[in-house]
Ligand binder design. Structure first.
Ligand code: FES
Ligand code: FES
Length: 157
């Protein structure tokens, strides 16, 4: 199949690359751009481990063709912090130890970031609902929820 040319913004940087037409966004990030922070769990769109932001909205990178990201802005976990500083959601996950193995954590943090952009003061129910597509097999979820609530001043140590 004829390769396709893509031009997109990844973590604030313009990127141009040529990929096979069937290349998934997840593969493009990991293999072509060497951004290995985005994880593959299920590979079929149900675990949320591969969550990245496309134009600020969370998407499962294992379900999106790289071609669909052409012309768009993609943010991965590597691009969330600024000027060497952790993003507040990253800092909150650290503060609350909201992870164990960490495999789900990049996707969790990006989904939580999108949630807080859409709903700056979500209720616990809204957090649970929004984050329901992100599965963690290690933690009990409460620290994840508390970490997200702490970003709104809603949970304190
Ligand atoms: S790896 Fe993409 S949703 Fe599970
Ligand atoms: S911390 Fe291990 S899967 Fe979530």
């Amino acid at each position: 199949m004829t390769p396709i040319e893509l031009s997109l913004t990844v973590n604030g940087e313009r990127r141009a690359l040529t990929v096979p037409p069937q290349r998934l966004l997840l593969e493009m990030l990991q293999r072509d751009l060497h951004l290995t922070g985005t994880k593959e769990g299920c590979g079929v769109g149900v675990c949320g481990a591969c969550t990245v932001l496309m134009d600020g909205r969370p998407v499962s990178a294992c379900l999106v063709l790289a071609a669909h990201a052409d012309g768009h802005e993609v943010t991965t976990i590597e691009g969330l912090g600024r000027d060497g500083q952790r993003h507040p959601v990253q800092a909150a996950f650290l503060e609350w130890s909201a992870f164990q193995c960490g495999y789900c954590t990049p996707g969790m943090i990006l989904a939580a970031t999108a949630l807080l952009q859409e709903h700056p003061a979500p209720s616990e129910e809204e957090i649970r609902e929004y984050m329901s597509g992100n599965i963690c097999r290690c933690t009990g979820y409460m620290d994840i929820i508390r970490a997200i609530q702490s970003c709104t001043g809603g949970a304190k140590r």
